[in-house]
Write a new protein. Sequence first.
Length: 532
Amino acid sequence: MDAASPTKTLGIALAGAVAAVVGLAAVAWAEPPGSLDDLFVVLADARAWLGGDERSGPLPRPEVESSTSPLDVGAKALTLIACGSGDAVRATGWIQLILVALLAFLAAAAAGGSATHRALFACGVVLAPGVAEAAAFRLEGPLFAVLWIACVDAVLRGRARATLALSLGAMLARPEGMLLAPLACWLAAGSDRRRAARFALGALALGGLITAVRLALFGDPLPNTFYAKSAESRLLELQDGLQYLGAALAGSPEGLGLTLLAAVSTGLVVMRRGATGVEPARRALVLAAAAAVIVVVSGGDAYAGARLVLPVGIPVWLAAARLRPLAGRVVLPAAAASLALQLVGALPAAHAATAFERLRLAVVGGPIGLDAFEGDERVFDAVAAALGTETLAHRHLQRFRWFEPSAEILDLTGLTDREVARRPTPGPVRFGRDAVDLALDRRVGAIHLDPLRARSGALAEVDLVAALSDPAVAPRYGGPPYLPLDLARSLADVYCAASLPHPDAGGSFNLLVRRDLAERFEAQGFAVARRD
């Protein structure tokens, strides 16, 4: 930014403010992720790295890397320190909103042109696929977006040293940063091949250093989540990745908007090769294409949203902004149409009244905090009291570790468990592994399989085998994958169903409890279906 130009500064400020309002509204309209379990995984790891707190007591450092972002774990640790005994969950929500607003101002500064043009392209950035969803998850997405847009802008300006410095942050923020950083540094160095090679090698060296630290801390060069969420077949991973990218770019209005803008920008780069402004746009489109390839190779994501596409949209919009002075009559209508499609995609599915009501509730109430989980906490206290030193195995109850830090836990998805993450799995892997048979072999104290907080029906009131395995019955009492019949029968021989009314969710919290522990759970208020 040119500090000597107050008009330019004012234009950036106004455009950034408009884009920030639009981006924050999109976050308010975004579907909430539900349990925020992934957030609790990172918070629990951050608390462990701090050595524990008043609630947890002393804690050993994590044995596995359960998140994909060392920078996010560090940020969450600082949040815990700053909050003290306050609400760290609500604080993470406010931090995400601040990061989205910062992204808007950075986009306005990078776009160039008049205040109107800056606002158009900055709004496109904050509404690009994945931004609002990533913020709703309260993980590393917006933090990576801020670092990534600064990095892409440095590439377009040919600032290799700044690109290298910003690449370090991007590598620590998201796994794809490790792959994008060398390419970004190469592109930023310009046509001098030797200089480009030096900066690319510098990025590789920083990535090697991060890998060495990860190896020293966890005994593995890759995060544990890589193993937990990767199928044994790379072909299967590629198929999943293609489906994910296709759905993100062609299966929604916002995806179609981004695809339209990328197509127009690519066409201009090809047809006007050598013209002023084309080379920076070409660099941005190369970065966008590389990010899209990484999405495919990674296998995509189990969730239906587009949060992994976030690094694709940012360089596409910055490429279009660089092409505007060259071909504004083409770029501006394409950008306006793309923005309109992204705005349609950001709105709730029902109608405008729903959008504004959701926005009003977000403004009045702010981000949800720990108070939204008080009912879960009371249920978890009862479960922990009944289990004592016994182990709870779960598929989708990561927050249990946050509320009950002294409990013994077996993560059936492998996200926080090294052994489970590396178990052979011939089929597709979506949310992680599914080691229910391991829980049975170990005779854990209780098993929780349901992705929901509560169900309208109590598991203790129905036939357990059918509720676990019959596709006609199981959806009312738990989520997929449903169990094979022989495994369901084996579980029913060792476990019985236990149900406890959930204080908040208006239904029953359902568990499988080992038969010799039935009386303990009944003493905590559970209805237990005994079988002679």
